[in-house]
Write a new protein. Structure first.
Length: 686
């Protein structure tokens, strides 16, 4: 066996068995193949059994009937031929007619039964396909809801997750159908082999040995195809990516304006050409081998039929028995072909279903480190302490955070400041325990946060991420998702919308809070602007009765005035809760009781706005004054800064107090518009 870690994805999502290096290792190798095959097969059976017991029972009954009915039909057909042969010189015509009527009646009933069984099989496959696919999809979603967020950062994991999701809809039932088809063929073959044995004991062996090369080719090329698709998974992902780009409604505007659609279409064609060339070669080689071996099998079957015909001519066999032997020969030959193809289909499907098995066996690392997890106190004051916390993302060596140590006390408002990539969002993820530190620890109320029950710990946070969710449900649900444990009421939802400013545009929607959002499912769905979506996300945070509020650039799509109003609203409503902001607009930092400045993953400065702005060469001072100068230069260019008695020009004292942003807002309310156009969009520092 290779060194794959249990519960984690190895290459291709499965444990690899090394090829034998000597004859002594062959039994072990074959045993490993068979045991792995049976393990996968029973896993699929269990999935279907868990979906619905009656599916398995019905498929078993229909399989048995499919296996025995062809044998009965062949036997009745041979007896009809024998009776017809006797009718040439009948000793009792009445008895012959009676016998023929009975045999023809049995023939009709058997054919009718075959038709009914075939119809029920098609119906069962259609119904079972939907039920099994739904069951597995639900299991995958439930598992995805529990897996550590850190796992989604690993390309191998995400690739296998996508493969599992893709295979879940069709592979299990495909394998199950192939398995029952195999069983049905075995039942029929066993009966027909007994018939052939009575004609010639060597006939079944000839057919069997001539079928072995075909079986080898099937298995070899199924394995080759699987390995090829695994090696070329990057090609398949690229084709999916380019296809999605051209059908993504959010990208269509830019693609159309830049006329880059033909670029992506051409790249799709180039990738497909590479992918298809290898696949076509495999398919053609496999089928050339099959043609050659089918010619050999046809010749052998003709030889056996000539031998049976000679016995009928010599009188050592009835004419009807020749018909039965001919049917048996055809059925055994076809049965072996079905046996080989069904086994190959099961084998190939089992290789792909490893993606599902590995995903479902994935274990969470974010569990409590104590046997009896602690229950965090709710709606009370909390203190967080970072002790020498360092962190690197899974699969990467670079430390994103390095040796952070600081304390967040009850009622504090902390602002995380730093350029893009400084580690601000990562720090929040660690605080919320979406990841565990690589080294160091985080304490809440004196206990390592890993000692708390994870689900209860998550419920303590009200958070708006940079990439906040946009859900294709109505407005009310979008807001009430902020706290799914709380029974939603119109009053609570409306209050949250009022506090975020979202109610201003919700009142103008056709169905108010019942208006469906996004045109994915509903024709009357509304597409909101970026700023409107952001206000809705902020409403979710207000709706949540959380102990800690985290806002990771929550106002990036809002104008400066709306942003300031949101921060003021949060400041009034937070009470004694710890509040953490991440924003590139440093005017929000003036509201904070603590500013944490990150640079290169390190905590380089900590203090209040007044303390940090006085450090003339400090990181915060440089960022703040740079942003202030942009505000001032833009305002001067627009002719907005007009010193008056009640509004003198901003100076160094304004910057130190952090009041320039409010001054600029007041100026903009009464300053004339820029000649010939609209006010310039404000610059966002990077």
């Amino acid at each position: 066996m290779n060194g794959d870690v249990p519960g984690r994805f190895g290459p291709g999502g499965r444990n690899k068995i090394d090829l034998p290096k000597s004859a002594k290792e062959v039994p072990k190798f074959l045993g490993g193949l068979v045991s792995g095959f049976m393990r996968r097969l029973f896993y699929i059976f269990k999935l279907v059994w868990d979906t619905s017991h009656w599916i398995m029972i019905a498929m078993t009954v229909l399989t048995v009937l499919s296996g025995v009915l062809p044998v009965f039909l062949a036997y009745v057909a041979s007896e009809i031929v024998n009776v017809l042969a006797e009718s040439v010189s009948p000793s009792d015509p009445v008895k012959i007619w009676q016998t023929l009527l009975i045999l023809f009646g049995m023939n009709v009933l058997i054919r009718l039964a075959e038709s009914v069984v075939s119809t029920f099989e098609r119906m069962l496959n259609s119904i079972a396909g939907e039920l099994v696919a739904n069951h597995i999809k639900v299991q995958l979603m439930l598992k995805a809801d529990k897996i550590d967020v850190s796992r989604f950062d690993l390309p191998d994991f995400y690739e296998n997750l996508e493969n599992a999701n893709r295979e879940a809809g069709s592979r299990p039932l495909q394998i199950l159908s192939a398995t029952f088809s195999l069983v049905s063929s075995v039942i029929s073959m066993f009966s027909f082999i007994m018939i052939l044995w009575s004609v010639s004991p060597w006939a079944p062996f000839v057919i069997f040995f001539l079928s072995l090369p075909s079986a080898v080719v099937n298995f070899v090329y199924r394995r080759k195809r699987f390995n090829y698709m695994r090696r070329r998974s990057k090609d398949r992902r690229q084709m999916q990516y380019y296809s999605n780009l051209m059908t993504n409604k959010d990208m269509v505007k830019e693609i159309r304006v830049l006329s880059i659609g033909k670029v992506f279409i051409q790249r799709y064609k180039e990738v497909f050409s590479r992918y298809y060339a290898g696949l076509k070669k495999l398919i053609m080689h496999e089928n050339i081998w099959h043609i050659v071996m089918n010619l050999v099998k046809v010749c052998s079957n003709v030889g056996i039929l000539l031998y049976v015909a000679r016995r009928a001519i010599d009188g050592t066999m009835k004419i009807g028995n020749y018909t039965l032997s001919s049917s048996a020969l055809t059925s055994v030959s076809n049965g072996i072909g079905t046996l080989i193809s069904s086994t190959a289909t099961i084998y190939e499907g089992a290789l792909f279903i490893d993606n599902v098995i590995a995903f479902m066996n994935e274990q969470s690392c974010l569990t409590s480190i104590v046997d009896a997890p602690l229950h965090p106190a709710r709606r009370t004051e909390h203190t967080f302490v970072f002790e020498n916390v360092s962190f690197s993302y899974p699969g990467r060596e670079r430390m994103v955070l390095k040796d952070l140590s600081f304390t967040l006390r009850p009622g504090e408002t902390a602002v995380l400041v730093g350029i893009n990539g400084a580690g601000k969002t990562t720090l929040i993820k660690l605080l919320m325990r979406l990841y565990d530190p690589t080294s160091g620890r985080i304490l809440m109320d004196g206990h390592d946060i890993r000692e708390y029950d994870l689900a209860e710990y998550y419920r303590m946070f009200g958070v708006i991420f940079q990439d906040f969710g946009k859900y294709a449900v109505n407005v009310s649900e979008n807001i009430s998702f902020g706290d799914i444990e709380k029974e939603p009421t119109e009053k609570a939802v409306a209050e949250a919308a009022d506090q975020s400013g979202a109610s201003d545009y919700i009142r103008d929607l056709s169905d108010g809070y019942n208006t469906p959002l996004m045109r994915i499912f509903e024709e009357n769905g509304i597409e909101l602007s970026g700023g409107q979506w952001q206000k809705l996300a902020i409403a979710r945070a207000f709706y949540s009765e959380s102990d800690i509020i985290i806002l990771d650039e929550p106002t990036a799509s809002l104008d400066a005035i709306a942003e300031q109003e949101i921060y003021n609203q949060f400041d009034r409503l937070r009470k004694d809760k710890i509040t953490i902001f991440v924003s590139h607009r440093l005017s929000s930092a003036t509201l904070a009781s603590k500013i944490l400045v990150l640079d290169g993953g390190k905590l380089v400065e900590e203090g209040t706005h007044k303390e940090l702005i006085q450090k003339n060469e400090g990181v915060y001072h440089n960022l703040f004054t740079l942003q202030a100068s942009r505000y001032l230069s833009d305002a001067e260019e627009r002719g907005k800064i007009i010193p008056t008695e009640d509004a003198p020009a901003p100076n160094g004292n304004d910057i130190e107090r952090g009041t320039y942003a409010n001054r600029d807002r007041n100026f903009s309310n009464r300053a004339p518009a820029r000649p010939g156009g609209h006010p310039r969009p404000e610059n966002r520092p990077q």
